[in-house]
Ligand binder design. Structure first.
Ligand code: BES
Ligand code: MN
Ligand code: ZN
Length: 476
């Protein structure tokens, strides 16, 4: 289903309506009959029922209560969650248009509710031989506090998340490194950002030994995609640079994954999808920020030419790396992008990567593992965006002792360290070696792909990172 969100001046007598309210809102002023009011009270009495549907023959009126939580961002998230939940009821009632009445006169609640509806209605049907005809649900927001600009932005963000999810859900058979690069090019044309795709010859001339090393076991060439959005009115002098891990499929290589752990590995370009989705949304919304996004991409497969454990490769910046586990491939391709990014002198570089199972084990699907070499205002702002979008950051320590675990006897660095100790952090420390600028690393292995689904985040690719990064840039 597709959800169109628009601003609505008033709700007519025939409009289906959702009354959005918190706590003990009085509905007396709304024109309910006595019977309706007593039915409402009776339904809501148990303190558990939060959605009551009233059939007024020509239309449905839904009363949606959302309890206030301790923190405002938690209440906003509850609105998203409830927005997703009402979709099933609307489907049952065959309702195709609905107006959200903002009884609290706040704006943000109605926007969050609409966001939950829109994100929750996502489906990936490309490979269904008989997909159900796509229906459109029209959602009008009736709130004095919501501006047209906010609604435009919401539609842009939903579109960007949808595209990021599509990219993640696309199986390897339909998305190799070149196809991922082409998707970025197409999105750039649409949204108005520049793209340049470096091919294998160019990548070889740049001596990107990490990307080329991982690619050795593949029958498809690697790509390195450079996206840039630079509006004239940009507020930042030095660019914000994003880097996304673009492993279009991760078998583990010669250090092959057990089959259980491999089935979801089309999601290993979730970081790439996040940064492509983010720059797409930033450009579409014409935010006044100069943003560059880099996506190194390849699959991690094995053939007679593949890297074997203990091989040594030389990276783009000259660092030598002993590859002790070919399944720790993400850091190899990201490292080349991070050292390449030095030429931009980034104001800040943020990378997003489905980097480690350790990050997933540490905090599960509930958030993003983060670490930074520069604690301070930017890091705090990104964490605040994490709460605002509920793509929360769990910050790990970034102590230098973890770096020592990555030192090799044979080369400058090894690509695994510490055994089962602090696997998400040692991976981050490996990456930090290739930076010389303020750096935030986001390990999205937990929330990027959900086999079981999670409210409006849905099943499969979630597009996590798009909303987070867009919110961060929108507040610049
Ligand atoms: N792509 C995986 C990490 C991953 C695991 C992402 C589960 C999403 C869900 C990554 O390339 C990987 O294989 N990491 C290894 C690193 C290890 C060999 C040091 C891991 O986490 O097991
Ligand atoms: Mn791997
Ligand atoms: Zn991987």
């Amino acid at each position: 289903m597709k959800v169109n969100i628009e601003k609505t001046a008033a709700a007519g007598a025939k409009n289906n309506i959702v009354l959005l309210a918190t706590g003990k809102t009085k509905f007396d002023g709304f024109g309910f009959s006595k019977e309706e009011l007593s039915y409402l009270r009776q339904q809501l009495e148990d303190g558990k029922t939060r959605l009551v549907a009233l059939n007024q023959y020509k239309r449905w009126v839904y009363v949606q209560l959302v309890d206030k939580k301790k923190e405002e961002y938690q209440t906003v998230e509850s609105f998203r969650v409830e927005g997703n939940k009402i979709l099933a009821t609307l489907k049952n009632h065959k309702v195709t248009d609905v107006v959200l009445l903002d009884m609290e006169n706040r704006g943000d609640y109605a926007l969050a509710y609409a966001e939950g509806m829109a994100l929750g209605s996502y489906t990936f049907t490309k490979y269904k031989s008989k997909p159900a005809a796509e229906k459109t649900l029209k959602v009008g927001i009736n709130s004095k506090k919501t501006t047209q600009a906010e609604i435009d932005r919401l539609n842009i963000v939903v579109d960007a998340v949808t595209r990021a999810r599509d990219l993640v859900n696309e199986p390897f058979v339909g998305l190799n490194a070149e196809q991922l690069a082409q998707a970025a090019v197409a999105m750039g044309k649409e949204a108005g950002f520049k793209t340049e795709v470096l091919n294998k010859v160019k990548i070889e001339s740049l001596k990107m030994g990490g990307l080329l090393g991982v690619n050795r076991g593949s029958i498809d060439p690697p790509t390195f995609t450079i996206m840039e959005y630079k509006p004239k009115e940009a507020k930042n002098k030095k660019p914000y640079v994003l880097v996304g891990k673009g492993v279009v499929f991760d078998t583990g290589g010669i250090s092959i994954k057990p089959s259980d752990g491999m089935t979801t590995m089309k999601c290993d370009m979730g970081g790439a999808a996040a940064v492509i989705g983010a720059i797409y949304a930033v450009a579409k919304a014409k935010l006044p920020v100069h943003v560059i996004a880099l996506v190194p991409a390849t699959d991690n497969r094995l053939n007679g030419n593949a890297l074997v454990p203990s091989d040594v490769i030389t990276m783009h910046d000259g660092t030598t790396v002993e590859v002790l586990n070919t399944d720790a491939e993400g850091r190899l391709i990201l490292a080349d992008a991070l050292s390449y990014a030095k030429k931009y002198e980034p104001e800040l570089l943020i990378d997003a990567a489905t980097l480690t199972g350790a990050a997933m084990r540490a905090i599960g699907k509930y958030g993003i593992v983060s670490m930074t070499n520069t604690p301070g205002a930017e890091n705090e702002a990104l964490k605040a965006s994490g709460l605002a979008t509920y793509e929360r950051l769990a910050e790990m320590p970034f102590w230098d002792e973890y770096y020592d675990l990555m030192k090799s006897d044979v080369a400058d660095l090894k690509n695994i360290g510490g055994g089962v100790i602090a696997g998400a952090i040692t991976a981050g420390k490996f990456l930090e070696h290739f930076t010389n600028y303020p750096y935030i690393h986001l390990d999205i292995a937990g929330p990027a792909f959900l086999e079981g689904g999670d409210s409006y985040r849905g099943k499969g690719g979630t597009g996590v990172g798009v909303r987070l990064l867009f919110d961060f840039f929108a507040k610049k």
